[in-house]
Design a binder for this molecule. Structure first.
Ligand SMILES: Nc1ncnc2c1ncn2[C@@H]1O[C@H](COP(=O)(O)OP(=O)(O)OP(=O)(O)O)[C@@H](O)[C@H]1O
Length: 260
């Protein structure tokens, strides 16, 4: 269960530089515990960089970033956060169960944890609905099954915070729906916090709360319902486009000749 009081993630003036580019520009936001927060925005807007900052793997980050009550990157957070990147994190030449046993051995090493390891592996495989494929080689799984196997690795330690970078990319609508049902079960049953990135706007409607990003800045931080209402639109996608147009109009020079 989530046991940190207050926000699960709290950022003030969060800035990240990659190469010579400032990719995150002084972000202020909080992520509610026990809820699903969607991080949405076009490709290249900084979603992965923000997630890397949260899990503590991004260099050149300044400002304040607290995660589960500790500074991001703190060693004590390692077992409390599950992180799934866009790249598959399972070995093709091992079965699903062997993959999980391998990662469980890193998380819970030693003979005295043998029973706990076996239990964690069986539970994680069941959580992602891969029990019938537990003995299949990861290399022979479909894209959706591989995504679920990667998610199972992240679920091994029953993390309080799950950070999932575009977990549904390339999946068909049925698999996408199934995964979102699983995300909701994880939040509801365990009180875990989920931060999930996507550039598919219809997935925004499935989140409790949204951070809409554009060009390294946060355009909006609200519920899908409030975003639609405030922008007087039928969908979050339309609300996002409205916010983008408004932001572009505000930053456009008053006189076109200023551009020269
Ligand atoms: N190693 C790097 N050096 C310089 N710039 C980088 C580096 N890696 C990423 N960037 C730039 O940082 C910006 C943000 O990248 P990031 O991967 O965070 O975006 P994203 O929103 O996750 O995109 P996508 O949805 O395509 O994954 C992009 O403009 C990208 O070109």
């Amino acid at each position: 269960m989530m046991n940190s009081p207050g926000a699960a993630i709290h950022a003030r003036g969060l800035t990240a530089v990659r190469g010579t580019r400032t990719v995150l520009r002084g972000l202020d936001f909080s992520v509610e515990p026990g809820r699903i927060t969607g991080l949405l925005g076009p490709s290249g807007c900084g979603k992965s960089t923000l997630m890397r900052a949260v899990v503590g793997t991004q260099a050149k980050v300044t400002g304040t970033l607290d995660v589960l009550g500790r500074p991001a990157g703190d060693a004590s957070l390692r077992t409390r956060i599950g992180y799934v990147t866009q790249d598959p994190s399972v070995y093709d030449d091992l079965t699903v169960r062997q993959n999980l046993e391998y990662f469980a051995a890193v998380l819970l090493p030693g003979r005295r944890h043998r029973a706990a390891r076996a239990e964690a592996v069986t539970r994680a495989i069941g959580d992602v609905d891969l029990t019938s494929h537990a003995d299949a080689l990861a290399g022979n799984l479909s894209g959706g099954q591989r995504s679920r196997a990667s998610l199972a690795v992240a679920l091994l330690g029953t993390p309080e915070l799950l950070v999932l970078d575009e977990p549904t990319v390339g999946l068909d609508p049925v698999l996408r729906r199934d995964l979102w049902e699983l995300f909701h079960r994880i939040a509801a049953d365990r009180g875990a916090t989920l931060l999930i990135s996507s550039h598919v706007m219809d997935e925004a409607e499935r989140c409790h709360r949204l951070l809409l990003m554009r060009e390294g800045e946060i355009l909006a931080d609200d519920t899908p319902e409030a975003l639609r209402r405030r922008n007087d639109t039928a969908t979050v996608e339309q609300a996002f486009l409205h916010l983008v147009d408004t932001a572009a109009a505000l930053t456009a020079p008053a006189h076109p000749q200023d551009q020269r």
